[in-house]
Design a protein around this ligand. Structure first.
Ligand code: KG4
Ligand code: ZN
Length: 341
């Protein structure tokens, strides 16, 4: 079965062709970073227009690079939420139009299910597994029980960690997206010079909070700026290192708790921790998680970065799994900007 997947929930316009034998036949992502960079974040109206302008091109390129025509496509999957409404509507309407005109079944996919099911596409792991999703828009622990059953056991109560990295980059005068820039500075910095808070570590459970870190960072930045008239490169590096260490410590401790809950629920079947989302690219966070997993006698699965960040191959794969589990979606399926798993 060949599935054409479409992703347009945030700032990446994606189209991909995936086979149910787990082959990614093509995967096209048209990034909008160039459009949003100067604003330091995604501007919904600009994103919506760009999706509308670029989707046809992304779909044609995905089909062309797969060497297939629409006649050979068996299923169309599009992200129907959660995300920015303008982009979701563009993707959904394109998918429905192709479905209706060609008589190809259509499936609406939850974007988070797309991320959560990716380890099955890349590493063929069995259910159940624990998923840590850490990106610019999302932050949650999910026990993935099946293609249609996700048990959320915790997540951020305010910002996502990627958002915190982006805000930190802005505060320190670095570029967008901020994560890689902050990581680069942090590698040259002293993480012990500024001791930032580790929010919610003293409250039970797996919920997290990252917005307070920004306030702490701003206070430290203002204090230096007032005292010295500006930040030196070393100040910047030390602030970035302190911030990154705080995020890493919170993520590792909360993962420890989430893993204990997962083990309570599934005993010897608790084997895999899957980590996805742009923040999973951070090597300090990654190696911290890897040490925890090694100590716990478990295995960490982290799909390649191009499949960890937003893409349409994950939507096509989730479409295949969803279709096999519960069949096609109706053509009047609405877009759902808010759609928790
Ligand atoms: O998954 P993603 O591409 O998009 C969604 O948000 O869904 O994640 C992008 C986020 C951005 O906030 C970016 O700053 C962050 O992931 N990120 C990183 C790194 N690379 C990307 N954060 C920390 N360290 C990195 N190396
Ligand atoms: Zn995403």
């Amino acid at each position: 079965m060949l599935c054409l997947g479409i992703e347009s929930s945030c700032d990446d316009t994606g189209a991909a062709v995936v086979d149910d034998g787990r082959t990614i036949v093509s995967n096209v992502v048209l990034s909008q970073n160039d459009l949003h960079e100067r604003y330091g974040g995604v501007v919904p109206e600009i994103a919506a227009r760009a999706h509308a302008e670029r989707l046809d091109d992304a779909i044609s390129r995905a089909l062309q690079s797969a060497g297939v025509s629409l006649n050979e496509i068996d299923l169309i999957a599009a992200t129907s939420g959660p995300g920015l409404i303008g982009g979701l509507l563009s993707g959904l309407l394109s998918a429905k139009a192709i479905s209706l005109s060609r008589g190809i079944p259509f499936v609406g996919v939850n974007h988070l299910a797309g991320h959560a099911l990716t380890p099955r596409l890349t590493d063929c792991i069995a259910f159940p597994y624990l998923m840590l999703l850490i990106s610019g828009g999302h932050c949650q622990f999910l026990i993935v029980e099946s293609a249609s059953e996700f048990h959320r056991i915790g997540g951020t109560i305010d910002d996502a960690p990627g958002e915190a990295f982006d805000k930190t980059a802005r505060l320190l005068g670095l570029g967008y997206p901020g994560g890689p820039q902050v990581e680069r500075c942090a590698a040259e910095g002293d993480a012990t010079r500024f001791l930032f808070p580790r929010p919610l570590l003293d409250s039970p459970g797996c919920d997290m909070s990252f917005s307070g870190l920004k306030t702490a960072l701003r206070r430290a930045t203002d204090e230096i700026a007032n005292r010295k008239g500006g930040l030196s490169p070393q100040d910047r590096n030390d602030l970035a290192a302190g911030f990154q260490a705080a995020v890493r410590d919170v993520l590792i401790e909360k993962t420890r708790r989430a893993w204990a809950m997962f083990e309570d629920r599934h005993g010897p079947y608790a084997r895999h921790l899957a980590v996805a989302g742009g923040v999973a690219a951070n090597s300090a966070i990654r190696s911290g998680l890897q040490s925890f997993v090694d100590d716990a006698g478990a295995l960490m699965i982290s799909p390649p970065l191009s499949l960890c960040t937003d893409n349409a191959a994950m939507i096509a794969w989730a479409g295949i799994e969803t279709y096999k589990a519960s069949g096609a979606s109706p053509l009047d399926l609405p877009a759902r900007p808010r759609w928790p798993l």
